[in-house]
Design a protein around this ligand. Structure first.
Ligand code: NAD
Ligand code: UFG
Length: 338
């Protein structure tokens, strides 16, 4: 029995494949290579020391997806595949709804056709919207999302909840990630953004390596200790280990489960800059700029439900996240090879 990992060559997917295989779970990986390099496959393979199946396929390709289920013994799915750039989603809403929502509908329909009813879905803290106050808890109202990307996550959560209501023999786990950063300890796998990074950590590491002149800090007039935004940064390997637990859960039990994957601790933008400077020994020049549209002041998790029900908690602190991000960036200044 294998777990199908859609989007498995991307940032979070690749780290999750390593932890799954290290814990003895067989995987089949699927990706359309839209936002990753094929060499990510070789890096995963080198780390786990064994071969695994890879399908270059788009989740919207019903025929291609059916072939994967036809050929492989798949009992559950971890669904990472999706587009994730908030700003781009405002420019290209139709592409985002098609890829993320339509893609998920095709995946679910093919799963149903092959009697596979266990799925772990990559959701996001963004579904908590603008109106809830941190620490965010799973039973808070979701919605109130401000951009098309976030809306795709919210819509997919609604679809999965409706699916479970219609058929209680599904086992569905919605994982709401906070801010994944960091990289594999080996320095051979990490985040490899295309173009100008949208997110804080890859921007900082690109400043550190000399690809960008300075960091733009988006606002220092929030109601926080130093005026900059506060987020719950989580090491990508901790996040990956959360998926190992979530797969155990859906394999063991029918139901609809929702968990935050975060540390429960919030750090400001300037905290991250300082921690990175300490970990790398490199000074990060920055400039205070206007707020970024759509940002909120504070977002961090209440992570207790995942501890109680999945026996999972994040173990790696900010220092380790910065060290590992820097090791990846400094050893791979241009990311994965073509
Ligand atoms: P990523 O872009 O590195 O990985 C996603 C992978 O999916 C890529 O390899 C891409 O090529 C693939 N993909 C995209 N569309 C596809 C399609 N139609 N068919 C097949 N493959 C497709 O992103 P990531 O950071 O690893 O994120 C993984 C998931 O987690 C995404 O769904 C994302 O929305 C979600 N998420 C990410 C964050 C974050 O900050 N990184 C936060 C919350 C949620
Ligand atoms: N920031 C800067 N400068 C930058 C980039 C970010 O100051 O160049 C600040 C932001 O204003 C924010 C913090 O750093 O205060 C973190 O910003 P990110 O862009 O790294 O992350 P977000 O919290 O905005 O969003 C991320 C993902 C979303 C996801 C969300 C919750 O990009 O997809 O976490 O999981 F929904």
């Amino acid at each position: 029995m294998s777990v199908l990992v859609t989007g498995g060559l991307g940032y979070i997917g690749s780290h999750t494949c390593v932890e799954l295989m290290n814990s003895g779970v067989d995987v089949v990986v699927l990706d359309n290579l839209y936002n990753c390099k094929k060499s990510s496959y070789d890096r995963i393979k080198a780390l786990v020391g064994k071969d695994f199946k890879f399908y270059e396929c788009d989740i919207r390709d019903r025929e291609g997806m059916s072939k994967v289920f036809e050929n492989e013994d798949i009992d559950s799915v971890i669904h990472f595949a999706g587009l994730k750039a908030v700003g781009e989603s405002v420019q290209k809403p139709l592409e985002y709804f098609d890829n993320n929502v339509n893609g998920t509908l095709v995946l679910l329909d093919v799963m149903r056709q092959y009697g596979c009813k266990k799925i772990v879905f990559s959701s996001s803290a963004t579904v908590y919207g603008m109106n809830n106050v941190s620490p965010l808890k799973e039973d808070m109202e979701v919605g109130g999302v401000t951009n098309p990307y976030g809306r795709t996550k919210y819509m997919i959560e609604c679809i999965l909840k409706d699916l479970y209501t219609s058929d209680n023999s599904w086992s569905i786990c919605l994982l709401r990630y906070f801010n994944p950063i960091g990289a594999h300890k080996s320095g051979t796998m990490g985040e490899d953004p295309n173009g100008i990074p949208n997110n804080l950590m890859p921007f900082i590491t690109q400043v550190a390596i000399g690809k960008r002149e300075k960091l733009n800090v988006f606002g220092n007039d929030y109601a926080t200790k130093d005026g900059t935004g506060i987020r719950d940064y989580i090491h990508v390997v901790d996040l990956a280990l959360g998926h190992v637990k979530a797969v155990e859960k859906v394999r063991g039990e029918e139901g609809l489960f929702i968990y935050n994957l975060g540390t429960g601790v919030g750090y400001s933008v300037l905290d991250v800059v300082k921690a990175f400077e300490k970990a790398s020994g490199v000074t990060i020049p920055y400039e205070i700029c206007p707020r970024r549209a759509g940002d909120i002041a504070i977002c961090y998790s209440d992570p207790h439900k995942a501890l109680t029900e999945l026996n999972w908690k994040a173990e790696r602190g900010l220092e380790e996240m910065c060290e590992d991000s820097w090791r990846w960036q400094s050893q791979n200044p241009d990311g994965y090879p073509d």
